[in-house]
Ligand binder design. Structure first.
Ligand code: F6R
Ligand code: MG
Ligand code: MG
Length: 360
């Protein structure tokens, strides 16, 4: 039968501030998941202040039981976070109670169901201090850029290209682009990652290859809460990008939105789990990559890919870019455009100064 890989993440309390997750929360999450008879296997990790529940099971996508399991796990972690008075305890549990599906309730979710191949290598990417659109550029490179993925050119199984499902987060619409045919049309949209996000990538035959936690923006308390630190699952090898082709886009840190107060642009730095502790100006934004071989749904791993020395230069480059961007202080483009900032005092300041604004 088919296997489902489900990754659900939430920030239910930071240690210290928004920088990391306390070990007691991770232990609580492991205890909760270990009790479930539904899971084939699981792995609990974190990136920055976000807990990631990586689970395999046979319930399919959008399973109420699996979503409830994740919700209850985060509720249990919140109890601990409250006891330790961790920062922002329960912050991503936006609803008072679980109601059938975690989508729209605060946690981020990526899941895919497929027949496990003879050998099934997957990579789970998870990022902190950024938004789902952060995956646009790397997914484009993995599945559509021959300068990144030589398989597109020389592997007959990849040569016909892929299908990209793109979500318009503002209007809640989706569209499929075929590559390489629709390459330029695709880029018109995904080059604006604050609004258009790649949800999934499929082979031309319709087999799922990658899926992200991109979801409709939640309109809460009259404003969009969209910068929910995203996750991404990518299947690799045998007609899909090789592991190294899936990791390669992160060798050159790209600028993403997020960082301090969800209101800045900065480099996405690839790090090991041990280094997934954003601290400088609450950042810079981090990404981890955990590799697993599935064996009848068992998660054999993880391999902590960005612990590899080959990413040292990427980190150095990210730190150089961070220095430069920080030197701009409160000026754009380090600071995001007014409409994209998660915090803004503009209305208050405008109100205060309204009599001093005169016709120019
Ligand atoms: C960014 C982030 C942090 C906080 C910042 C202020 O996504 O989580 O940079 O925005 O630490 O946090 P508050 O407003 O909770 O004091
Ligand atoms: Mg937080
Ligand atoms: Mg976070």
């Amino acid at each position: 039968g088919k296997i489902t890989v489900t990754v659900i993440k939430a920030d239910v309390g930071g240690f210290v501030g928004h920088s990391s997750v306390h070990e007691e929360l991770l232990a609580t999450a492991r205890e909760q998941l270990a009790k479930s008879p539904l899971l084939v296997d699981f792995h609990v990790t974190h990136v920055g202040d976000d807990i990631n529940l990586i689970m395999t099971h046979r319930q399919g996508v959008d399973s109420e039981e699996i979503h409830k399991l994740a919700w209850d796990t985060f509720v249990a972690c919140t109890e601990v976070a409250k006891k330790l008075k961790l920062y922002g305890a329960g912050q991503d549990l936006l609803a008072d109670a679980f109601s059938g599906n975690v989508k729209g309730l605060g946690p981020g979710i990526a899941e895919m169901e497929f027949f496990e191949r003879t050998s099934e290598p997957i990579i789970v990417f998870a990022a902190d201090k950024t938004e789902p659109g952060a995956w646009n550029l790397p997914l484009y490179k993995m599945f559509a850029d021959p300068f990144n993925t030589i398989g597109l050119v020389i592997d007959p199984k990849m040569h016909e290209g892929f299908k990209f499902e793109v979500l318009d987060l503002l209007e809640n619409k989706k569209i499929i682009f075929n590559t390489p045919e629709d390459l330029y049309d695709l880029l018109v949209f995904i080059g604006a990652p604050g609004r258009y996000c790649i949800k999934s990538v499929y082979t031309k035959a319709g087999e799922i290859a990658a899926t992200s936690s991109t979801q409709r923006l939640n309109l809460m308390a009259g404003r969009y809460i969209g910068k929910d630190d995203p996750v991404l699952i990518v299947r690799c090898q045998s007609g899909l990008p090789a592991v190294g082709e899936a990791l390669e886009p992160f060798a050159r840190p790209h600028l993403v939105s997020g960082w301090m107060r969800g209101s800045h642009s900065g480099p996405l730095m690839p790090v090991s789990v041990a280094d997934a502790t954003p601290s400088r100006f609450d950042g810079p934004p981090r990404v981890i990559a955990l590799g697993f071989q599935l064996a009848d749904g068992k998660l054999i791993g993880p391999q902590d890919f960005f612990a590899d020395k080959a990413y040292d230069r990427a980190r150095e480059m990210a730190l150089m870019i961070a220095d430069y961007m920080r030197s701009l202080g409160p000026f754009e483009p380090h600071r995001l455009h007014l409409e994209e900032m998660e915090y803004t005092t503009l209305p208050l300041v405008l109100e205060k100064l309204k009599d001093r604004f005169v016709k120019a």
